[in-house]
Design a binder for this molecule. Structure first.
Ligand SMILES: Cc1cc2nc3c(=O)[nH]c(=O)nc-3n(C[C@H](O)[C@H](O)[C@H](O)COP(=O)(O)OP(=O)(O)OC[C@H]3O[C@@H](n4cnc5c(N)ncnc54)[C@H](O)[C@@H]3O)c2cc1C
Ligand SMILES: CC(C)=CCC/C(C)=C/CC/C(C)=C/CSC[C@H](N)C(=O)O
Length: 479
């Protein structure tokens, strides 16, 4: 077993987002100090974790909130000496394009009564429904602690929640919740706005990402003080990986003869740098960037069988940070002093040109008391398209700064959702297929650890650690 094969000399990770940098960290953990790990990144380390500057302060423009049970992200923050800060949002209102269908109160007991009045026991039942899914989801940490790994995203999900989990990929969150007897009113007025703020899409997204999105609306959310992208730069540093600035153009398998025995199999990675097109040979390659023509755009040359073409689209979401005063009358409030919302969610309405808007705090001052929403504040607006000047003037009575970031943010979900493979070739691995189950920072970190374990156990032939059935039962007896 392990002792018979020498360690790999060189590993390439394509992409320096949270997936790629977490992969570098876990690869170092598994393969040890001897291997050279190179992260190829065409833009900035952090990828979809990025800040925009407004009036001298940074604000999260991409991946922003974490769940209290996102254990890999929590571990990174601790290990890297960073701090977690609670995410506080102002009072929420749900707007249907004409009026607010739900208005949060600052009194806890009033909210409970309002929720009961509007939606009966649906909110409580939803909480229990999501907790049940989260409970099963948490099994991944135990499996990974015991070094178990999965060769496909379907097997990974199946090991967590059996057929219930894999079937969630084949139905919409709407269908899943209707089957579980949630009311139409609740789905339209509460579930749909949550999907719109988190994934820019309605209740036609798959049930699994829908459940993750509902978890993303729970209490106890947090983010990294100074910006979530600090986790990525910290992971690069601690894993002693080398960052190469360049765009990967192609990957090709190569065989090199060896005087001492079997030929060695390598991958030629060709990339473009400011100095021109160049390339290197690697034993293992981990791709940590969405593979499609509009995104990573990598050509796989001379693979037999060929690496499949990935063409499923990513969804465009525009994050606009506006420093200004909200126009309460746009939302039907003639008396601006009565308007107290710091977060506005929307139901499905073709007339609406925004998905959500909310007051945000700078990354350095997370957790500090927010401003009253009608004072000049920084608002984050999510929309499908870039907002026009006219639209901004409708939303804000005045503003003095606007920063825009257009993202191909997450998959455009359309169940039934087949998940892309993890193993593209013998030692060529792909992380971002997991985003088709659900896109979130923690999902990329989980995929990164799974791929690092998979690369390690496949390299050394430890078949007993891969795709074990009934792991949950087997590990029950382990202390
Ligand atoms: C607006 C927005 C809000 C979000 N909010 C949240 C949230 O609150 N909570 C949460 O958990 N998640 C959130 N997400 C999702 C989360 O940000 C992503 O799931 C996660 O950051 C993906 O990380 P990744 O490393 O897998 O991919 P990426 O961050 O996309 O990293 C891929 C990297 O690869 C690089 N790259 C691509 N092609 C090449 C190439 N050919 N050669 C070299 N480099 C290449 C890219 O430049 C990029 O840096 C949000 C996303 C967006 C866009
Ligand atoms: C993976 C698990 C179990 C939980 C993650 C839950 C989570 C934090 C989901 C959020 C995902 C997401 C894409 C949010 C986008 S918008 C976030 C925020 N409301 C903002 O305003 O930026």
């Amino acid at each position: 077993r392990g002792e018979q094969r020498g360690a790999p000399g060189r590993i390439a990770v394509v992409g320096g987002g949270i997936g790629g940098t977490a992969a570098a960290y876990f690869l170092r953990e598994k393969f040890g100090r001897g291997v050279r790990i190179e992260v190829l990144e065409r833009e900035a380390v952090g990828g979809r974790l990025a800040t925009l500057e407004v009036e001298g302060e940074g604000y999260e423009a991409g991946g922003s909130v974490l769940h209290p049970l996102n254990l890999h992200m929590k571990h990174f923050v601790k290990e890297l000496g960073l701090s977690a800060a609670p995410v506080s949002s102002g009072l929420a209102g749900i707007y249907n394009g004409e009026e607010f269908v739900f208005e949060e109160s600052s009194w806890y007991i009033i909210n409970v009564l309002k929720l009961l009045w509007h939606y009966g026991l649906n909110p409580l039942r939803m909480y229990m429904w999501v907790e049940d899914i989260l409970d099963k989801f948490m099994r991944i940490y135990r499996y990974q602690t015991y070094d178990y790994t999965f060769s496909s995203n379907e097997r990974l999900l199946h090991a967590l929640g059996g057929n219930d989990f894999t079937q969630m990929l084949n139905q919409t969150i709407d269908e899943a919740m209707q089957k579980a007897s949630f009311s139409h009113k609740f789905i339209n007025e509460v579930v749909c706005p949550t999907m719109r703020v988190n994934y820019g899409q309605g209740v036609n997204i798959n049930g699994f990402v829908g459940a993750v999105s509902l978890a993303g609306a729970e209490s106890g959310l947090w983010s990294v003080k100074g910006g979530n992208k600090l986790v990525c730069t910290g992971l690069i540093y601690t894993s002693k990986a080398e960052v190469i600035s360049g765009t990967v153009l192609s990957i090709e398998p190569k065989t090199r003869p060896r005087s001492t025995g079997d030929p060695v199999k390598l991958y030629q990675v060709t990339y473009n740098t400011t100095a021109g097109v160049t390339g290197d040979m690697y034993d293992i390659v981990v791709i940590a960037a969405p593979l499609n023509r509009r995104m990573a755009n990598i050509t796989f040359k001379n693979f037999n069988p060929p690496v499949p073409e990935f063409s499923s689209p990513y969804h465009q979401t525009v994050a606009t940070l506006v420093h200004g005063r909200l126009n309460a009358s746009f939302f039907g409030y003639q008396d601006p002093s009565a308007f107290r919302f710091g977060a506005i969610f929307t139901t499905e309405n073709p007339k609406l040109f925004i998905n959500s808007l909310g007051v945000v705090s700078p990354v350095e001052k997370k957790g500090e008391e927010g401003k009253l929403p009608l004072q000049s504040a920084v608002w984050k607006v999510f929309s499908k398209e870039v907002l026009t000047k006219e639209q901004l003037s409708l939303l804000f009575s005045s503003y003095d700064s606007v920063k825009v970031k257009k993202w191909l943010a997450y998959p455009h979900y359309s169940p039934p959702e087949p998940l892309p493979p993890i193993i593209l070739h013998e030692q060529l691995y792909y992380l971002n297929g997991i985003e088709w189950a659900a896109s979130a920072m923690e999902m990329s970190a989980i995929a990164a650890k799974n791929a690092a374990l998979l690369a390690y156990h496949r390299w050394y032939g430890n078949a007993d650690k891969i795709d074990q059935e009934d792991l949950h039962e087997k590990l029950k007896t382990e202390l």
